[in-house]
Design a protein around this ligand. Structure first.
Ligand SMILES: Cc1ncc(COP(=O)(O)O)c(C=O)c1O
Length: 432
């Protein structure tokens, strides 16, 4: 199986986190998001242990809630002593509802409104990662009004192409995010920030992209950032203390995706950081990483019920399910690949090629093409799309006024609803 929390039981049903997915579908209905709590915790620990092996106390993992955010997930992050990265008042509010300690949170985003900044500063957030000059001046004014000296990072674009999809690549010079080293804009915004009375510049941040597998992307980013920090020390006599390397490690969605060993990757990045710091005679900064996808992706699975199997002779065959791009828009957006299984007949040989499509009124409503499934796949079967913990629930919509599916958290044999299914009343709740 694509991940070791997926198996098959004696009933020939697919299991997830040790539980029968067909029974879970019967109990909670479909479409249904499942999450494996132990896997989330294990993923947090992998990062934490690797970072502390490399940097001791001088490192932190911040969970990027954009990958998947709901109150219970912030409770889990808090109980794993993880920091969080939020990008909206909605994420911040969800964390507050979880009584998450906001001094461990960092607010990101390339266009924070005055309301966002006011809300974040007033909440006592630990860090705000400033994207641009307008935001910097607005934040200084708002922090002044609130009588706070706000700790900040400045977002820098190191000019690294991570060879991932364009839509999720963020570290190139022409990115909409941050301030490029190459154009001198990163230096300029730092100089401005040092002058302002209500912000305290703690360090710099970069994020090169998402679903990154390329060998040395983080090493290269760290080198550019450290050389930039050393240049700032030389020109401005300020030694920046923090370096946030963002998120982005890739996860395995299909068999031919590589398997990343995160502890080894982090050890390699740490080695590079120490080497460059020695060369520059720069103190090793406090290191932060902001994984989202690699914390939750393989802790997720989505279940659907098959409605029809349509074979168009000489053309193609479709399996239609009761969800679609409203609960997982990633194939429609980026042609993202997923492993799809017939959960009701998990051991049957996958002999026929299908496009797995949703129920929304769009030809582009495709969950996955070229999927091999048993020929006997039929109405009523449960289909599982694996590795959907990241950027699925988080990107879901009510397109076609479909109520959003619930999220059920599985933990050591038990199951609990952590986000309930939307009702038709929810769908019309805001209509006046
Ligand atoms: C600033 C920042 N940090 C962290 C992340 C998380 O990336 P990933 O989910 O690939 O780990 C993102 C994702 O785009 C991001 O923009």
């Amino acid at each position: 199986m694509i991940c070791d929390n997926i198996g098959v039981n004696a009933l020939d049903h697919l299991t997830f986190a040790g539980q029968d997915t067909v029974m879970l579908a019967a109990q909670y209905g479909t479409p249904l998001y499942l999450m494996d709590e132990q896997r989330i915790r294990q993923n947090f620990r992998t990062y934490r242990e690797a970072l502390s092996a490399a940097f001791g106390e001088r490192a932190a993992v911040l969970y990027a809630g954009k990958a998947c955010a709901f109150t219970e997930l912030y409770r889990i992050a808090a109980s794993e002593n993880a920091g969080i990265d939020v990008v909206s008042r909605g994420e911040l509010y969800s964390a507050m509802k979880a009584q998450y300690p906001l001094e461990n949170a960092c607010f990101h985003g390339n266009n924070k409104t005055d309301e966002d900044l006011f809300y974040a500063v007033r909440s006592g957030i630990g860090l705000i990662c400033v994207d641009n000059e307008e935001e910097l001046f607005a934040l200084d004014r708002i922090a002044g009004e609130l009588n706070v000296i706000q700790k900040i990072l400045i977002r820098v674009t190191p000019g690294i192409d991570p060879h991932t999809y364009d839509a999720v690549s963020t570290g190139k010079v022409d990115s909409k995010f941050g301030n490029a080293v190459a154009t001198g804009q990163a230096e300029m915004i730092l100089r401005e920030a040092f002058r302002l009375p209500h912000v305290n510049v703690c360090g710099v941040h970069c994020h090169v992209g998402s679903q990154v597998f390329a060998e040395d992307v983080f090493e290269r980013a760290a080198e550019v950032m450290l050389r930039f920090m050393a240049m700032i020390r030389e020109k401005c006599s300020v030694t920046l203390e923090m370096l946030d390397l963002g998120g982005g490690y890739g996860v395995r969605y299909v068999e031919d995706d590589p398997e990343l060993r995160i502890p080894e990757k982090i050890a390699g990045v740490a080695e590079q950081i120490r080497k460059i710091c020695r060369e520059l005679d720069y103190p090793v900064p406090f290191i932060m990483m902001e994984p989202g996808r690699s914390i939750v992706a393989d802790a997720g699975m989505t279940l659907y019920t098959v409605g029809s199997v349509k074979r168009i002779p000489g053309y193609k065959s479709y399996v239609s399910v009761d969800g679609g791009m409203s609960d997982n828009p990633r194939y429609a957006l980026y042609r993202s690949r997923y492993t799809v299984k017939n959960a009701s007949h998990a051991e049957d040989p996958d002999t026929e090629n299908f496009s797995v499509v949703g129920r929304l009124c769009e030809s582009g409503d495709i969950l996955q093409e070229n999927v091999s499934l048993p020929s006997a796949t039929a109405r009523g079967d449960i289909l599982a799309v694996c590795t959907t913990g990241a950027y699925n629930y988080a990107m879901s919509s009510q397109y076609n006024r479909l109520p959003k599916p619930p999220v059920v958290m599985l933990n050591e044999g038990s199951a609990r609803i952590v986000v309930r299914r939307e009702t038709l009343e929810d769908v019309t709740a805001l209509d006046v």
